[in-house]
Every structure is written in C-alpha cells, then in structure tokens.
Design a protein around this ligand. Structure first.
Ligand SMILES: Cc1ncc(COP(=O)(O)O)c(C=O)c1O
Length: 371
C-alpha cells in the first residue's frame, strides 16, 4: 500500500530512520564499552523494545510499572523502574517484579525505602535499588554531596540491595541552542563522578552508574564513570531535538500524516490533525526555542499555530504551493506524547506502508487492580 492511500490523520514511523537511530545509539555504547538500557516510555511498544534488544540493548528503563510488567510478561530481564514508589498497591507490584526478574527500583527518600523494605521483608525477597542523584533537574534525587549520609541511612534496611546511582539530566531541555548542551553534560558527568567518588571513599562499591537523556547522550557516552545509558526519545527524535540541534529533519522517525482540508484565508490552512494526535506539548521542561506545535516536513513557511482537538491551524509565513487536498507530515514537538495518543504506529519505508507497530504498553492503571 502507498502512504498516500492512508486515511488521515495517521501516525507514521519511518522504519529506516527508526532502525538507524536505534543502531547509531547502540554502536556508540558498544564502541565505548557502555550498556544501553533505553527508556521505553517514549514508544511503549514491545515490538520496538525487541528491535532495541536485537540491536544490543541489555536492559530497559521504564516510566510506568505497567511497562515493567509488560516486559516481564514478555520474558525480558534487567528491568529498571525510573521513579520511586510509595503506595501499598505499587510496592506489591515491585515485589512481584523482583520475585520474577532482575528488577531495580529507584529510591530517593528514607520513607519510601522503609515502606519497600517492610513489604519486601514480609514477602521474603530482596529488592535491588539505585539511589537517584539530582544532577540539576531538581525533580527527584539526592544532591551528590549528601549521597554518603543518605546511603548510610538506608543501611538498616536488610531487604534492600544497593546497586548504584542513577540520574536524568532532563533540565537539558531548557537549552535553546546546541552550544548550551555541553553545560548540562558537564553537570551530569560531574554530579555522577562526585557521588561515585564519595561512595567509593566511604566503602561502597556501586555496580551501576546510570544516566540518560537524548540531548546529553551523544557527548556523555564517552564519560569514564557512567556505565549504563537511558536515552528514550532518540528512537523517534522530534521538533524539540531539532530545535536544539540534536536532530535534523532526516533523523525524525515519527510524524503525523494529515490532509489540508480548508484554506479560510491567504495566510491560513487547516489540516485534519489536532491536539489528539500532536499533543499540546511545548517541550518537556520548558523549551522556549520552538514555534507552534510541530514542524511541517519540507514546509518551513508553515507554522502549526493553533490546535483544536481534531484539526490544526497552519499559519503561512512565506511563499507556499500548498493547496486543499495536499498531504503533509508534521514532526511533533514531543514524540513521546504523540506515541501515547495512538494504539498503533504505521511503519513505512519510503512511500510504502510496511506494517503496523502496536503501542501496547499504554495506560497506567491495569484493570486487574479493580478486581
Ligand atoms: C528518568 C528518565 N530517564 C531517562 C529519560 C529519557 O530522556 P529522553 O527522553 O531525553 O531521552 C527520561 C525522560 O523523561 C526520564 O524521565
């Protein structure tokens, strides 16, 4: 089937670009003796996890426990959950995961550690954990200079097993140009080095030193201390990565395919894709360098200026040949959001439709919790 024959709107994935992005990140890890444990919340797709594994990924970082459980069901090992847990229901899920695979949870508070330890003790399991280091995002984490005191405070919890330290330099997304990225890479590397050195000096032996974000990955992968990397968005890239010089249009695998359905004025077109395909994202942590809600491939004269739920307004800011009935491909600002708005991606190679890729790890509350 030809791409042109598809119904619109449709969420497309260019398979050549996807495969290339996966291969490129994996090669960088291999060449530098690093493990790649991709953050899979970007795509939430078992099929793409399998592509990453075939390329050489040795573990996976999950953004939800649903993702962790889906990976377990598929027989994957080395499953890490990115965020702390602090409710009985979710601690129970953590315990079940730990019983059935090499599972690692992240901790950044004494109270969460205490709750997990108590439940693990009564279930007769040990739970692996890494401590989250705050490398500048100021979301989760322990400041590097406080790491030893915090690690010491968890020593009393004998059902917990210290595996190492993790961070996510997500504040890199406030960069507005490529030259600024090195600053965030330096913060990521120096926070992890400080914490690692302090822990070693205090007698700890962290096996895992893990970090990752797509913008910092391509420079941080050469670091001598970080041994596991967790980029997520790198598989698809998006307009955010383009705006900070991490990706070119030709590196962006995911796009929203739409038809021009109206031309109400000289300076305005309307397409049949809106916020329910593109999302209203302006960048994950406040990127000010993007205009509108996506980049229309091959049409720099268009700005996706306003989105209703099912349709979008395109403002014309330069000479254009666009007309009603034309098809456009919009690279979303944030593809992690777009992938979460569909049950399947349409995998294309060039102009041909090749296969559907299920987005089968969505949702964040499994029905079994209600029975
Ligand atoms: C904890 C954590 N690690 C890794 C990532 C992946 O970052 P990116 O999407 O920039 O690749 C994220 C994404 O938000 C994250 O929250």
């Amino acid at each position: 089937m030809e791409k042109r024959e598809l119904q619109t709107p449709a969420i497309l994935v260019d398979l050549d670009i996807l495969e290339n992005n996966i291969r490129k990140a994996q090669s960088l890890c291999n060449e530098n003796g690093k493990q790649l444990w991709p953050m899979i919340k970007t795509h939430k797709s078992i099929e793409i996890v399998k592509m990453q594994q075939r390329a050489g990924a040795t573990g996976f970082l999950c953004g939800t426990l649903d993702e962790c459980e889906a990976l377990l069901k598929e027989g994957f090992d080395n499953i890490m959950y990115a965020y702390p847990v602090a409710s009985d229901a979710n601690i129970k899920r953590v315990i079940n995961l730990a019983k059935n695979c090499n599972f690692i949870v992240r901790i950044d508070s004494y109270d969460s550690a205490r709750m997990i330890n108590a439940a693990a003790k009564s279930a007769g399991v040990r739970i692996n954990y890494t401590i989250i280091i705050d490398s500048g995002l100021h979301r989760f984490g322990i400041l590097p200079e406080k790491i030893v005191a915090f690690a010491d405070s968890l020593k009393e919890f004998d059902a917990l097993n210290f595996k190492g330290i993790s961070t996510h330099p997500g504040h890199v997304y406030s960069a507005v140009k490529h030259e600024e990225i090195q600053y965030y890479v330096n913060q990521e590397k120096s926070a992890m080095k400080y914490a690692l050195d302090a822990l070693k000096a205090a007698g700890y032996n962290p096996e895992l030193v893990t970090s990752g974000s797509t913008p910092t990955f391509y420079k941080a992968v050469y670091d001598e201390n970080i041994n596991v990397f967790h980029p997520g968005n790198y598989v698809f890239m998006d307009n955010t990565q383009m705006s900070i010089g991490i990706a070119k249009e030709s590196d962006c695998a995911l796009s929203v395919y739409a038809t021009i359905i109206s031309h109400p004025s000289e300076t305005m077109f309307i397409c049949d894709a809106g916020s329910k395909c593109l999302g209203l994202d302006k960048g994950s942590h406040g990127n000010a360098a993007m205009k509108g809600y996506g980049y229309v491939k091959g049409h720099p004269e268009l700005i996706v200026s306003t989105l209703s739920e099912e349709v979008g307004k395109l403002e014309v800011v330069g000479p254009t040949t666009l007309k009603i009935g034309d098809k456009i491909e919009i690279i979303p600002n944030h593809t992690c959001t777009t992938a979460n708005l569909t049950s399947y991606l349409i995998g294309c190679r060039g102009d041909k439709v090749e296969r559907l890729i299920k987005v089968d790890m969505r949702g964040n509350s499994t029905p079994k919790n209600f029975t």
